[in-house]
Design a protein around this ligand. Structure first.
Ligand code: A2P
Length: 347
């Protein structure tokens, strides 16, 4: 039996925070105490957990006293402000923001791919970007059999990726449009209802946005393969929750399509969803609220005999964020990795 631990959720009132709470209950996570932290805006509000009501506290210097694991999902600037204090207080932080992902001292972990990396932590383990997690889980069963040389991916990302307020905004905009009113955009830069737009993260000199570069750099780090060629086009679409991705994989040698299907059908964290007769394949509404990444339309690339095409959908808030973080926490308990090893992490 796993030992019980004290857990704090930083960002407990957000979309990922709420999912973390649900998963802790659903998976019977061995909790001693649970502390819910957010900004001063939500301090004093009550959140129900397993029949109890827990008061949300504004994060402060004292928040991490006696805490074993912090699940942080309150954005990069909040993580930069508080994560080191949590580590100094003796906690291990599983950080869902991008603040530490590319830090050499911070493992970037997807338990189905590189669980061994978790053992290298110095107090912080980073949870990868949602699109990268979903892609990685779907393609790793193939990569294990034959190295992937190049990945070309286009994403179809839901409003949930921009937080709970963006999901509400999408619904309000849809209602406004149906009522003949002009949709207002405040959280996302443009109306998302009945529309789509290229991901609005900052662009680099080569014309790639930050979200696309996360897919490039994080995939290489998780796979421990700095030479995989990755190019991505990330697009925000009018879906509430669950991201989709169209993926082209180039191998060194041709990859048998039937073997690819069998590998994906039996791998952990993925589910093969293909009904070629009825043209039924993964859809965001079917992935919503589900743990596995749904994969289908696996087919030979007509333009290259060493390449496969596939389509995936995964719940961005679940496996793309909260579930992956909880799986890392479970791994820490199972492998007895809660002790912070030697040197402190770089600031
Ligand atoms: P709050 O509700 O008090 O603003 P989402 O990604 O769904 O928008 O959620 C963001 C989460 O991060 C919320 O729980 C939010 O709390 C929390 N948060 C945002 N800014 C801060 C901050 N400066 N300090 C602590 N928590 C923060």
């Amino acid at each position: 039996m796993l030992k019980k631990v004290n857990v704090a959720i930083l960002g407990a009132t957000g979309a990922v925070g709420k999912e973390l709470l649900q998963l802790l209950a659903e998976r019977q996570f061995p909790l001693k105490n649970l502390r819910l932290l957010a900004s001063s805006r939500s301090a004093g509000s009550q959140i129900a957990f397993k029949g109890q009501s827990i008061t949300v506290e504004a994060v402060s210097e004292n928040s991490f006293q006696d805490i074993d694991i912090v699940l942080a999902s309150a954005g990069g600037s909040t993580s930069k402000e508080w994560v080191h204090q949590a580590v100094a207080a003796g906690a291990v932080v599983i950080d869902n923001s991008s603040a530490f992902r590319m830090d050499d001292n911070v493992p970037l972990v997807v338990p189905e791919i590189n669980p061994e990396a978790a053992a290298q932590h110095h107090g912080i383990i980073a949870n990868p970007n949602c699109t990268t997690i979903l892609l990685g889980v779907a393609i790793y069963p193939l990569y294990r059999v034959q190295r992937i040389k190049r990945i070309i991916v286009a994403t179809y990302q839901s409003a949930s990726g921009a937080g709970a307020r963006a999901m509400t905004e999408a619904m309000v905009q849809a209602q406004d449009i149906l009522n003949g009113k002009q949709p207002q955009a405040e959280v996302l830069p443009y109306p998302i209802a009945f529309n789509l737009f290229p991901h609005n993260s900052p662009l680099n000199e080569q014309g790639y946005c930050e979200e696309e570069m996360k897919m490039v750099n994080e995939t290489r780090k998780i796979f421990g393969d700095p030479d995989i060629a990755v190019t991505a086009t990330c697009v925000r679409v009018p879906v509430l929750r669950a991201h989709s991705e169209a993926v082209n994989l180039e191998f060194e040698q041709p990859f048998n399509v039937q073997q690819a299907r069998e590998l994906i059908a039996t791998a952990p964290g993925v589910k093969l969803v293909e009904d070629w007769q009825s043209n039924y394949f993964p859809m965001p509404i079917d992935a919503t609220g589900k743990d596995p990444v749904l994969v289908g339309r696996i087919r030979q690339d007509l333009s290259c005999d060493r390449s496969l095409e596939l389509w995936l959908c995964g719940d961005q808030i679940r496996k793309g964020a909260a579930l992956n973080a909880i799986q890392i926490a479970e791994l820490l308990l199972q492998k007895n990795l809660l002790t912070v090893s030697n040197s402190a992490v770089s600031a």
